[in-house]
Ligand binder design. Structure first.
Ligand SMILES: O=C(O)c1cccc(C(=O)CC[C@H]2O[C@@H](n3cnc4c(=O)[nH]cnc43)[C@H](O)[C@@H]2O)c1
Length: 242
């Protein structure tokens, strides 16, 4: 019998980590790593508040992945989770989005003819694809919407920018700031990555009064309550990176 897959859930901030933790009932043990702290609920995944933005998230996720690999118990799945902006009307506030593509939306070059992703400049990658069958199972379990989740370094604050992003990424349902960084760290370790976002605000004109962070954190807890069994039952064997 194979051991269950070890799962790392990387959020940006403590409030998101704690919202995920509330989906698990056992006591939580803290494990100190260089530069970050894992929270380990009994019977649940390891939880990491990795920091805001793709670079900080990648650095902390890579630390946790490396520590686990060197300790002889590598992770088999990494999940970037938290709140995010939703593109209306497809992803309303309070809804849950599971990424079937995790795409860096602003990694590239601006030209007179528009934006060029780094891949068209001959470098790297801008998209990671989570395991398809797992995404389908999660959607069934949670009734979440599946689509592209964009990673941005600057939160969208105008209708024009939101429209430009949707024009470039017609399948985009949400934007956030960490998914691509977490997925890059996972890819460097040959580990599958997922991204799950609970929508706290619409992507568009800046309106702090429209944020519903409490509702989104509650949706995150509820979502993880439903998807925990699916995640734990997932077998990395046979999964191939896109
Ligand atoms: O000041 C603002 O106008 C503003 C609007 C939305 C989000 C922020 C943040 O600083 C939150 C960053 C934090 O939360 C995630 N997040 C939540 N909503 C969005 C969004 O619409 N676009 C990008 N990221 C968002 C993100 O992953 C960060 O962890 C400020």
């Amino acid at each position: 019998m194979t051991a269950p897959v070890r799962i790392l859930v990387a959020t940006a901030v403590d409030a998101e980590r704690d919202a995920v933790a509330r989906a698990f009932t056992g006591p939580v043990r803290e494990v100190e790593l260089p530069g970050c702290t894992l929270h380990r609920p009994a019977g649940g995944p390891d939880l990491l508040a990795a920091g805001v933005g793709p670079a900080r998230a990648a650095a902390a996720t890579a630390t946790a992945l490396t520590a686990a690999a060197l300790g002889g118990s590598p992770y088999g799945l990494v999940v970037s989770a938290g709140i995010g902006g939703g593109f209306a009307p497809a992803a309303p506030v309070g809804s849950l989005v599971v990424a079937d593509e995790i795409t860096a939306a602003d990694l590239g070059a601006e030209t007179a003819d528009g934006f060029l992703p780094v891949t068209e400049l001959g470098f790297g990658t801008v998209t990671h694809r989570p395991p398809e069958a797992l995404v389908r199972e999660l959607v069934t379990a949670t009734k979440a919407r599946a689509g592209t989740v964009l990673t941005v370094s600057t939160v969208t604050g105008t209708a024009e920018r939101a429209a430009a992003l949707r024009a470039r990424h017609p399948r985009a349902l949400a934007e956030a700031m960490e998914g691509f960084g977490v997925a890059e760290a996972a890819a460097a370790h040959g580990v599958a990555a997922l991204e799950i976002r609970a929508v706290s605000n619409p992507v568009g004109p800046r309106d702090r009064a429209a944020w519903r962070i409490g509702d989104a954190l509650a949706a995150l807890t509820e979502g993880f309550g439903k998807l925990a069994t699916v995640l734990e039952g997932w077998k990395p064997e046979g999964w191939k990176k896109a």
